[in-house]
Write a protein of this length. Structure first.
Length: 396
């Protein structure tokens, strides 16, 4: 998806917000219908039946009829696809969408003239029942756009994202392999010894965020003061998110350009960031500490980094079993849980090898990737690695 910043007028913002409300309303109705279905009962209504019901609902409700039927039907189509993905066990079950958090809608069957350029930095996109809305032409729009999605983030900023297959980054063809260890203290440690950290808020910004959170706790629910404080908090958090996304894009592009094979741990991030609060009958332990760890994992962008690497170097990503990568000595191969003296120091008690703990883990990941590459005979790997039959020689 190629995303651009929309620049709607106040009237257009109100119309876009109505489209988001209609799409969310229709989606939540579909979720409610499927929530009542149980095995043994008549099947839940499919896309065609829901479209027929939508026609009846539009006839009975003027608020819904005032919106775009294209937006509303596409929300049903997206729900049908999400349900199919759930039963195919590739995605989670579709859930409720909340106002202020899930603001967006999708348009398909985009015509060639629905996106045009006005000047060097300004373009326009045609949105049903809204008209032409300007956006920042920050880079070339992909050719042959067939669909786009309009969204609004928690800071109130509007975006348009055009669906397009990303161009893969060409491999250097040098046969270089790199291991990447993802962590909390160090976002990404490379087997080359480089330590990369995702940017966060500055200390002054963190202080202001804490003050705003305390102010929010004292504000009366539903008041204008509370709304202003929430908007200020959303602006700060959006700034942090933008910085993290920018770092991920630059880091993933740099790795895809420098290395032929990129090895990462095959982590279950969703399970690792699951809450530890438990239930009323069986409450969890160390809940606050686990919540802080979860925030650290998400702030490091573990999942987003690998996702973008898979987009840019799809056939060059090797996922490694993470077992013992942080306890194994990359020099002699001995596994010793006591060798990791601290968060940052690894010292092997067998051979005396000492290194940064995250770099040592990254080198273990690289070694495991070398074995995986040799086992599959370099099939599908780019550059020199396809042409040379000799095994990859990895330094200790």
């Amino acid at each position: 998806m190629s995303r651009y910043r929309l620049q709607p007028t106040p009237a257009q913002q109100r119309a876009l917000a109505e489209h988001c409300g209609h799409a969310r309303f229709v989606w939540n109705l579909a979720v409610e219908q499927h929530a009542h279905w149980r095995p043994g009962l008549k099947g839940a209504p499919g896309f065609a039946e829901q479209c027929r019901q939508l026609t009846e609902a539009r006839a009975d409700h003027r608020w819904l009829a005032a919106g775009s039927v294209t937006v509303q039907q596409q929300a049903l189509r997206d729900f049908a696809q999400a349900t199919a993905n759930f039963f195919a066990k590739t995605h989670r079950r579709p859930t409720w969408r909340k106002a202020g958090r899930h603001e967006g809608f999708r348009i398909i069957a985009v015509k060639a003239g629905d996106v045009r350029r006005l000047s060097r930095n300004v373009g326009e996109v045609k949105i049903p029942k809204v008209g032409w809305v300007r956006f920042r032409w920050s880079r070339a729009v992909p050719e042959g756009v067939k669909s786009y999605r309009v969204t609004r983030d928690t800071a109130g900023r509007w975006y348009v994202a055009f669906a397009a297959l990303p161009e893969p980054v060409p491999a250097p063809g040098t046969g270089e392999v790199v291991g990447v260890d993802r962590g909390v203290a160090v976002s990404a440690a490379l087997s080359t010894g480089e330590l990369l950290n995702a940017p966060t808020l500055r200390e002054t910004e963190k202080g202001r965020l804490q003050r705003l959170l305390r102010k929010l706790a004292r504000a009366k629910r539903g008041s204008n003061r509370r709304a202003k404080v929430k908007a200020a908090i959303a602006t700060l958090k959006a700034r942090e998110t933008d910085r993290r996304k920018d770092w991920i894009e630059k880091t993933s592009t740099d790795l895809a350009r420098r290395f032929d094979v990129i090895a990462v741990e095959d982590l279950n991030i969703r399970g690792m960031t699951r809450s530890a609060k438990g239930t009323l009958e069986a409450p969890g332990r160390n809940v606050r500490a686990k919540a802080g760890l979860n925030r650290g994992i998400l702030a490091a962008g573990w999942g987003q980094l690998v996702t973008r690497l898979e987009h840019k170097a799809a056939s060059r990503i090797v996922k490694i079993n993470p077992a013992y990568t942080s306890q194994r000595c990359s020099a002699c191969g001995i596994v010793d849980r006591e060798a990791r003296e601290s968060q940052a120091v690894f010292r092997c008690r067998s051979c005396g090898y000492a290194a940064n703990a995250d770099v040592n883990a990254a080198r273990n990941i690289k070694h495991a990737a070398g074995h995986a590459v040799s086992a599959r005979g370099r099939s599908g790997l780019p550059g020199r690695m396809n042409r040379e039959p000799q095994p990859v020689l990895l330094p200790a």
